[in-house]
Design a protein around this ligand. Structure first.
Ligand SMILES: Nc1ncnc2c1ncn2[C@@H]1O[C@H](COP(=O)(O)OP(=O)(O)O)[C@@H](O)[C@H]1O
Ligand SMILES: N[C@@H](CCC(=O)OP(=O)(O)O)C(=O)O
Length: 373
């Protein structure tokens, strides 16, 4: 069954958790060497591999005299600044010794939230793959502030799966997959081999980080799997501390937890609107407009908009809410706030007369609209 599922995969994103390549003392270079051997074995079978690796903070914090989690953002950023080059050097040595070249790509959420920069990042990654180089991606921890953070690399890896149009996300962690409860706390916990759909019940099983080096725990992995599924990619969570696990996985062994792709896949652009682009404001629409969007597949016209909140430019993402403030969709807006205010509630035939121009009848076009389900 697994063999069939993985047989069609041409490009895979592999996310490596801090707990897989580091311990209390810092980076474990032996682990990095072992994973790079596995990755080279997959490449030798013709797979294209994109890596998302954590571990910068764990690799650098020792120099600051820290053994647990850094207690402030500046300390975490300083640890990442020290550790990122150490992390990359370890990967470079491990891959180069097997004749494979690597490249470092550091991203913030802002880099992907802007469509032009998103496409730039995509071009860079595609070029690296074309030249047979393994991209190694991490969040650019040293410059991020809260508004531009991915927050955790599980989330980042789901976005990279969409960005690189990969059909599989493989998350390497320090645990054998998703269990029905945290196996560190409950010795009787049972591994779940396959998840058809991430329901609330599945989300409730997943707890927080299990070690002092991990960040999001199982919860952020399950959420990443949910996002990847909507884009049409499957996700596998396996134990990256077991040498040789990746080739075994691709041989079809039923290891870890496999999350199936959703049947009604979202196009890459809609996925980007739903999960990567950050909304800048809200539109409050009447019941007729809400129904036209939700039930009849229509675009949003100015006549149904009753109120706005926040400041936004043309091309920003906004949340669409009903008159009770309940959000039901997200979309990319064609008019900036100053342009929208005078045409609120007006007919489309009046737009050009009021503004002196128009970008189109739609305030949010159907093609740039994602409904919450
Ligand atoms: N239901 C669960 N199944 C498996 N692991 C879980 C579960 N709930 C919480 N965890 C914890 O999640 C940890 C993995 O996440 P994390 O520590 O963030 O590692 P990583 O560095 O790989 O991202 C496991 O070590 C485990 O203790
Ligand atoms: N960017 C951070 C990793 C953040 C993170 O999500 O860590 P993890 O939960 O181990 O995947 C670092 O390199 O230390």
């Amino acid at each position: 069954m697994r063999k069939n599922l993985l047989g069609h995969v041409k490009r895979v994103v592999i996310k490596i958790g801090s707990g897989v390549i580091s311990d209390q003392k810092g980076l474990e270079e032996g682990q990095i060497a072992s994973i790079s051997r596995d990755v080279c074995a997959l490449r030798a079978r013709g797979l294209e591999v994109v890596l998302v690796s954590s571990g910068a903070v764990a690799a650098g914090r020792g120099d600051l005299g820290i053994t647990g989690r850094p207690q402030s953002i500046p300390l975490k950023q300083a640890a990442a600044a020290i550790g990122q080059s150490r992390l990359m050097r370890a990967y470079k040595e491990a891959f180069n010794s097997q004749g494979t070249k690597v490249a470092q790509v550091l991203l913030t959420r802002d880099d992907l939230a802007n469509r032009r920069r998103y496409l730039n990042a995509r071009n860079t990654l595609m070029t690296l793959l074309e030249y047979d180089i393994v991209p190694i991606i991490n969040e650019n921890d040293t410059v991020v502030v809260d508004e531009i953070r991915f927050g955790d690399n599980d989330n980042l890896s789901a976005m990279v799966t969409n960005l690189t149009e990969s059909s599989l996300l493989t998350i390497l962690s320090d645990v054998d997959g998703l269990y029905d409860k945290d196996p560190r706390k409950h010795p009787d916990a049972r591994r779940i081999s396959e998840v058809e759909r991430v329901t609330e019940e599945i989300e409730a099983m997943a707890g927080g980080a299990g070690s002092l080096v991990g960040t999001g725990g199982m919860f952020t992995k399950v959420r990443a799997a949910k996002r990847a599924a909507l884009y049409g990619a499957g996700t596998i969570i396996v134990n990256g501390r077991i040498p040789g696990i990746l080739p075994r996985l691709f041989d079809g062994e039923e290891l870890g937890t496999y999350f199936l792709p959703a049947r009604d896949r979202m196009a890459a652009k809609k996925h980007w609107i739903a999960f990567t682009k950050k909304p800048r404001g809200k539109l409050f629409v009447d019941e007729g407009a809400r129904r036209a969007l939700m039930e009849n597949g229509k675009s949003l016209l100015p006549s149904g908009i009753k109120g706005v909140e926040g400041g936004f430019e043309r091309g920003d993402a906004v949340r669409l809410c009903d008159l009770d403030g309940v959000e039901f969709a997200k979309g990319v807006i064609n008019y900036s706030l100053p342009e929208l205010l005078p045409i609120l509630g007006k007919k489309t035939s009046e737009i050009a007369a009021i503004l002196g121009y128009k970008y189109g009848d739609e305030v949010v076009h159907r093609d740039n609209l994602v409904l919450n389900k």
